[in-house]
Design a protein around this ligand. Structure first.
Ligand SMILES: [Zn+2]
Length: 442
């Protein structure tokens, strides 16, 4: 058992009282936090680390992404969502290879770890490759194998194969891995397929990660076809009877919000993508007020360009303030809590996201000595508004350092860059077809 003692740190706990401790110690035994504030007198540390001038906070969670899609960064810019799908992403993805996922997810993990992201909810293809990468990296992840289901069957992987995938990986890597179903969305999956997925999920105790209510057009199409909003449809077909992550849920009315709250649905809010594609303003304050667990995601780099959760933290706030003419919206530590504590809960890591005795030692150390951080009148304000990914010095998951002094300890960045370049060149040399078509009327 390894005992680590962090000393003289400013500790942002994100506990129920939002306590912030100054000149405080944090004692870690093996994978858990055993004491906060002052270490017990009998705590025999193998390693003592002085963190004067540093801020320690829970590590961040990216609650919705398609990590391997870093290959599509900047590929289809300055176009509406339907053209982004039809002329950009679904042409490029017709050439997707297993190799591209293998190296793309590793490149994504380098970017995320370097910005203090310790876990991610991933929704993509060839997810056994992603699982292997998570095992190696030491990160946490919740993996969903994306499925487009029609009345006639499934595209790619089948439901029974997805059950096998989930059973193989859920709880693996000492509990760092969770796995779920990944039906794409109500606008690209048939009604029958959604209901069948929900029935199997409930029977087998499997969670669901799905996209919904991204545009006004999708809501109108759903009302025309079912006389129900997308959120009402998912609820009616049983998808909320298990642990569910709904990405986006931008166009949620008060009844939808009540359904999300009562069904304990986790919402992944992705401000960069929502604003870049002018998709609308999610009623985040109303959702939080109603008790919905709203977490933050970057979505894939094909739509957000970066896996930078600090950018999402700030955009989540300014989006609400501008749209509502309310300079008090999402104040204080609220956006950081969404990115860390709410993210941990959304992904199914109940013992993470808070720095408190008994919780997992999942944290990041931020160097607050940089010029752009001076002065620090308010720790929450500095954290939310001044932190850049490069300010994250160290990252720990389950008591193990994954990055120390900006050095990645589990990932070989140079080899990953080379592998990624190779896989991308192979993919870009393939002739492009049309993977799918987006046909929702706007
Ligand atoms: Zn997405």
């Amino acid at each position: 058992m390894t005992h680590i003692l962090l000393k003289h740190a400013t500790i942002v706990t994100l506990n129920d009282e939002d306590a912030i401790l100054t000149d405080a110690d944090l004692a870690i035994a093996d994978d858990r936090i055993v004491a906060l504030g002052e270490a017990p007198a009998d705590f025999a540390a193998d390693k003592v680390i002085d963190l004067s001038g540093k801020i320690v906070a829970p590590g961040l969670y990216n609650a919705h992404t398609h990590a391997a899609m870093v290959f599509a960064r900047g590929y289809a810019e300055d176009m509406p969502l339907d053209r982004w799908f039809n002329e950009g992403i679904w042409k490029l993805e017709s050439a997707l290879t297993r190799e591209m996922v293998r190296w793309g997810v590793r490149l994504a993990m380098v970017e995320m770890l370097r910005g203090g992201v310790i876990g991610f909810a991933d929704h993509y293809f060839y997810m056994d490759e992603v699982a292997q990468a998570v095992v190696e990296s030491g990160m946490r992840a919740n993996l969903a194998w994306a499925v487009f289901g029609h009345d006639g069957g499934e595209v790619g992987i089948t439901v029974p194969e997805t059950v096998e995938f989930v059973k193989r990986w859920d709880g693996a890597a000492d509990g760092r891995l969770r796995a779920m179903f990944g039906p794409h969305s109500p606008y690209l999956c048939s009604d029958e397929f959604l209901a069948r997925t929900a029935a199997v999920a409930v029977r087998e105790g499997i969670g669901i990660h799905i996209h919904a209510a991204e545009t006004g057009g999708q809501v109108e199409a759903s009302l025309a076809a079912y006389d129900m909003t997308p959120i009402e449809l998912l609820h009616d077909r049983g998808l909320f009877e298990t642990h569910t992550i709904v990405a986006h849920a931008i166009h949620s009315n008060p009844i939808d919000i009540a359904i999300l709250a009562n069904s304990h649905v986790n919402v992944a809010h992705c401000p960069s993508t929502h604003m870049r594609y002018a998709m609308g303003v999610t009623p985040v304050p109303e959702m939080l007020e109603a008790g919905v667990n709203v977490a933050l995601g970057t979505d894939g780099a094909g739509s957000s360009v970066a896996l930078n959760l600090w950018r999402e933290i700030r955009l989540a706030v300014v989006m609400q303030r501008q749209a509502r003419n309310d300079p008090e919206a999402l104040g204080g530590l609220t956006p950081l809590r969404m990115a860390a504590r709410n993210g941990a809960r959304a992904l199914g890591f109940a013992q993470s996201g808070v720095l408190a005795p008994g919780f997992q030692a999942d944290l990041m150390v931020i160097d607050a000595s940089q010029t752009h951080y001076q002065p620090i009148h308010s720790v929450p304000a500095s954290l939310v508004w001044n932190t850049e990914p490069a300010d994250v010095r160290d990252v720990m998951v389950a008591g193990r350092w994954l990055m120390r002094d900006r050095q990645l300890l589990t990932l070989d960045e140079e080899a990953i860059r080379a592998g990624f370049d190779r896989a991308l060149a192979e993919m870009m040399a393939k002739p492009l077809g049309q993977f799918k078509t987006y046909e929702v009327d706007e």
